[in-house]
Ligand binder design. Structure first.
Ligand code: ADP
Length: 441
């Protein structure tokens, strides 16, 4: 049972881990792609801008030069001179210009210098006219555009020819490759960190689930166990009666009364189980109202006076305070009955059961104290657990299932209060219920 449960838990944990991992991976990949695309497009944009400048300088018409007043009269040589000086302040260093005639013959071989050996492999591709392209020539990358220069161009070198403007982009490509490497490495490292974090997150997230699962299984097991005992007794008694069909009811009175006792135990148990289940699902409806202790302590106390006296025990009531509290009276009555019932059950003859109250700061406390068997320090917390009984055999006889105090605790917590046990010296215990006082009402 346990191993099956832990396998399911582990599988669940692994699934959770996988989904967190996948989520992080998708997140990082998307982020990486966006960053890289931005970087790439901004790099290409700046290259294309350079090419545009170069293109403008190639296409430059005499009419377009009106701004350059200090250049003097514009002759065909002006541009050459202009170019020699500095074609454009932003003209790229890595730019090469190939001039082709209509038949694809390279015309500016001489001006290419030692670059010719590389660039001679480039053929004129008229289809690519006016289109930006990335060319790979002998392992070198170029961004290029082919333009047709008009016949009126003031530079006879270009006029009427095809001009291929190329810019070497190896540096930029290298930068992009480096960027990808660094980005991938960084994201990988962060992904691993995210994995470790998500592993622990998955574990932490599973903890409450595992805990409540365990509690639930334990609860169901215990409940089934508790239900089985009275059912077995009733079954035994009924079967026994069936073997004596001619007997009168009066002859079987004992069996019937035992069965009825067990039925009432079952009734109690199912009611308690239902109460707890409702607390768990938070479906218990609480009817809060402003009230004072005399309105919720009096009713449950009354019947106990007779019960306790009839068992030769003393019942003392010392309630003196009247603060205003905000609570569900029926629930607090139920809580008080549980405490008084326990005090009566676990206190022997001639013992004393006392209920008294006090004010501690902004809290109101009512205390049910007894001179009974007492509760050890180790059990002071455990008695509030479901189905916990200090002495199982004795409690079987006294009819308890170990649910009373669990319900009591739930009730107190629903009232934002607390319940705890202290020793009643020289022997016995005191159950302290502490509730907040409502001021200014
Ligand atoms: P039960 O129905 O068995 O009384 P409870 O939840 O009310 O269940 O109490 C849990 C256990 O706490 C009891 O079985 C008993 O051992 C112990 N207990 C409760 N009240 C007292 C008390 N007044 N004195 C001594 N032991 C007590």
């Amino acid at each position: 049972m346990k191993s099956k449960q832990s396998t399911i838990t582990r599988r669940q944990q692994f699934k959770l881990f996988l989904s967190i991992m996948a989520a992080f991976a998708i997140l990082f990949l998307t982020l990486g792609l966006i960053i890289f695309n931005l970087f790439q497009s901004s790099t290409y944009k700046s290259i294309d801008k350079d090419i545009k400048i170069e293109m403008a300088s190639v296409k430059k018409q005499p009419t377009m030069k009106q701004d350059d007043s200090q250049m003097g009269p514009h002759g065909p040589n002006d541009h050459f001179e202009d170019k020699k000086k500095e074609p454009s302040p932003k003209a790229p260093f890595q730019a090469s210009i190939l001039v082709f005639n209509n038949n694809g013959k390279l015309l500016n071989k001489s001006s290419l210098g030692n670059r010719y050996s590389i660039l001679k492999n480039i053929k004129l591709n008229k289809k690519a006219l006016n289109k930006k392209q990335t060319l790979l020539v002998k392992n070198m990358n170029f961004r290029s555009i082919l333009i047709k220069v008009s016949k009126n161009n003031n530079n006879p070198m270009y006029a009427g020819h095809y001009v291929l403007i190329m810019q070497n982009i190896d540096t930029q490509i290298q930068a992009m490759t480096n960027f990808i490497k660094i980005l991938s490495l960084t994201f990988f490292i962060f992904w691993v960190i995210a994995l470790v974090v998500s592993y622990f997150l998955a574990r932490i997230n599973m903890l409450p689930i595992v805990k409540s699962w365990k509690q639930q299984t334990e609860f169901v097991n215990d409940a089934a166990h508790e239900l089985r005992t009275p059912l077995t007794i009733i079954q035994g008694k009924l079967e026994y009666m069936l073997t004596r069909p001619n007997k009168k009811i009066i002859d079987e009175a004992e069996s019937i009364s035992v069965s009825l006792d067990e039925v009432s135990r079952l009734n109690n148990l199912t009611n308690n189980l239902l109460d707890l289940a409702r607390f768990d699902q938070a479906t218990t409806e609480l009817h809060f109202e402003y009230t004072q202790p005399e309105f919720f302590l009096k009713d449950p106390i009354e019947p106990f006076k007779d019960i306790i006296n009839s068992q030769s025990k003393v019942f003392q009531i010392n309630l003196y305070h009247h603060p205003t509290l905000y609570l569900d009276r029926d629930k607090i009555k139920q809580l008080l009955i549980i405490l008084l019932d326990n005090a009566t059950k676990y206190t022997p003859k001639n013992g004393t059961i006392r209920i008294y109250d006090q004010i501690e700061g902004s809290k109101y406390q009512f205390i049910v104290s007894d001179t009974g068997v007492g509760i050890s320090d180790a059990d002071k917390q455990r008695v509030f657990h479901r189905f916990y009984r200090v002495d199982k055999s004795r409690n079987q006889r006294s009819g308890g299932h170990g649910l009373g105090l669990a319900i009591a605790k739930q009730i107190v917590e629903n009232h934002h209060g607390r319940i705890f046990i202290q020793d009643n010296l020289p022997h016995g215990s005191e159950f302290v219920v502490e509730l907040p006082i409502k001021k200014n009402h």
